[in-house]
Design a protein around this ligand. Sequence first.
Ligand code: BYC
Length: 321
Amino acid sequence: MTTMAPDTGAQDTAGYEAVFDAAVAAEERIEPRDWMPDAYRATLVRQIAQHAHSEIIGMQPEANWITRAPSLRRKAILMAKVQDEAGHGLYLYSAAETLGTGRDELLDKLHSGRQKYSSIFNYPTLTWADVGAIGWLVDGAAITNQVPLCRCSYGPYARAMVRICKEESFHQRQGYELLLALSRGTEAQHAMAQDAVNRWWWPSLMMFGPPDAESSHSAQSMAWKIKRHSNDELRQRFVDICVPQAASLGLTLPDPDLRWNEERGQHDFGAIDWTEFQEVLRGNGPCNDQRIGQRRRAHEEGAWVREAAAAYAAKHGKATA
Ligand code: BYC
């Protein structure tokens, strides 16, 4: 979209709004210096921040297994994956910065519980198979949700998502491959893989957010072309993708109501426990305290790195000047 003059006052916004609406309707990208409604900016900051926080908190459950990976190869892959998640966090915090919101402010809101991160990361990683289940299901759900975000109306977020989705795709495959190795292994390994899938399946379905009827932001976000599909549409797509993959893995999805519906051309699936989802969001999931406690500690322990980087930048800046 062509850059417009900054907002100069309430009396002028109708004209700007018409240009903004036309740009969104024409599938043009909104860029940082374009005029945008305050609510559009706030919605983007909320979603991008929640997404960025999810990426960095999401490093914890898997990092838990780096020291116990069963081989050098598995360890190297897992370390690369966890580092990728940190990188995703950085792209996303940078995207939020283009909306005028600093990283410090967002991290402060995360640490004080004023901003959310994905419910999925409040579950524990009990066995090595959980690393596979996270890759296959959690990264799989993330891709299903995030590929449409590559067409998000806000340019910096959409562009960040392109690279993130490529990396998530590698993550999903490594998880699938890990689970396949376990599933084809000994009886105990197969049982471990099945147990992990049993525990991660329902929380993965919750990642897509509340049902459409209870999704407070979906209608407006879809009108602004931030979201391209509803929560339920994406959840359904994910279920339909996973069913044949589970069969190839030789694993069962823990849902007795899961069956193909010829008429709909989609799978029917059982009821999701939305009470559990709400409890996790309220901070009462199995690992909420552990995750946020660890995040705050990491931030405090990293203070010297931020100070050193700032001192270096100041010195370097002076030298250049
Ligand atoms: N967990 O109106 P709704 C990853 C909140 S990271 C917690 O439908 P919206 C990965 C929602 O924020 C995966 N909260 O909202 C990393 C809202 O509350 P507020 C993260 C949730 O925004 C490491 C309220 O419920 N991906 O892939 O239209 C390793 C009402 O919901 C959740 C993203 O963040 C939840 N699951 O739609 C491996 C993708 N769901 O803000 C993998 C980008 C909903 O009013 N985000 N809420 O207090 C999105 O696409 C959307 O924000 C959502 C929710 C679909 C998640």
